[in-house]
Design a protein around this ligand. Structure first.
Ligand code: DHB
Ligand code: FE
Length: 284
């Protein structure tokens, strides 16, 4: 049986990737952020997952602006980085896992989640920046990656509760995959930020702290918040945080918090990082 051995929640702010690409991580601006990544990097090196399922939103870079699936899964063998208007990032292509991805697509659809299946996809900062956060700048990414896309950019997005339930369905699907695959699920985006309109620049550390506390111990508390509460408290782009609930749902009922890091600000965003393990895998 394949199994889910860990979960990561992380922001996907583009300038974090650019700082790595340009060798700026030791600059004064970036040091406090990157200091908080060291423990997560050593954790994932120890866990050495075979595959990551990265839950993220495309920002109109990999998919056309007029096609916005609510939930989608990438089943291709390889996903090149997207050109987001300033050339592609100098990073390796992402190797997919078609066998597990098709298995997940079928199982999720039979379980009531009508996934759009993407056989071709260029992956934008929503996916590639979290890879850089966890693995720095290797010649090749150390594991395979299944992109799982959630619409949080165009009304109407799915509810936080629906994202949590999708995570639970992912847990069932991975558990039904034959073999000994060890999978880490990464939920990306957030934390509080708003990039546009009158409230551009909004950051809410109180809400972010409540979210970080709740998602491990009491996920229902944040899974049952409606969209307007996320947008009011965390900003319009803060709604990305509902994607962390897919990760949380995939970990089962009880989790152990391994690492937490929070830094204001990276670019316009409150940058958060949370590493969780399902209770049976956590060291006691
Ligand atoms: C920023 C944050 C994001 O989540 C994003 O998708 C793009 C930009 C930022 O803070 O600059
Ligand atoms: Fe984003």
């Amino acid at each position: 049986m394949a199994s889910i051995v860990g979960g990561v929640g992380t922001s996907h702010v583009p300038p974090i990737g650019k700082a790595i690409d340009d060798g700026l991580t030791q600059d004064a601006y970036w040091v406090p952020l990157f200091d908080g990544y060291a423990k997560a990097r050593s954790w994932i090196a120890d866990v050495a997952p075979d595959t990551l399922i990265v839950v993220y939103n495309d920002h109109f870079n990999g998919l056309p602006i007029d096609v916005v699936p609510t939930f989608a899964i990438g089943v291709a063998p390889v996903f090149p980085p997207a050109d987001e208007g300033f050339g592609c990032r100098p990073i390796p292509h992402v190797q997919g896992h078609p066998e597990l991805a098709w298995h997940a697509a079928e199982n999720l659809i039979l379980d009531g989640f009508d996934m759009t299946v993407l056989s071709r996809l260029n992956v934008d900062h929503g996916l590639t920046v979290p890879l850089s956060i966890m693995f720095d700048q290797p010649k090749a990414w150390p594991c395979r990656v299944i992109p799982l896309l959630v619409n949080v950019i165009q009304f109407p997005p799915p509810t936080a509760r629906r994202c949590f339930e999708l995570g639970r369905a992912i847990r069932r699907a991975v558990g039904a995959f034959e073999g000994s695959e060890r999978v880490v699920v990464v939920g990306t985006g957030g934390m509080s930020h708003q990039l546009q309109g009158e409230r551009a620049g909004l950051i809410n550390p109180e809400f972010d702290a409540e979210f970080l506390d709740a998602i491990g111990r009491d996920p229902a508390k944040v899974a049952d918040l409606p969209h307007d509460v996320y947008v009011r408290l965390a900003g319009s782009e803060g709604l990305e945080m509902i994607m962390w609930l897919v990760m949380r749902g995939a970990l089962g009922d009880h989790v152990e918090e391994i690492h937490r890091h929070y830094h204001v600000a990276a670019s316009n965003t409150a940058a958060g990082l949370l590493v969780l393990e399902p209770a049976q895998y956590a060291a006691t």
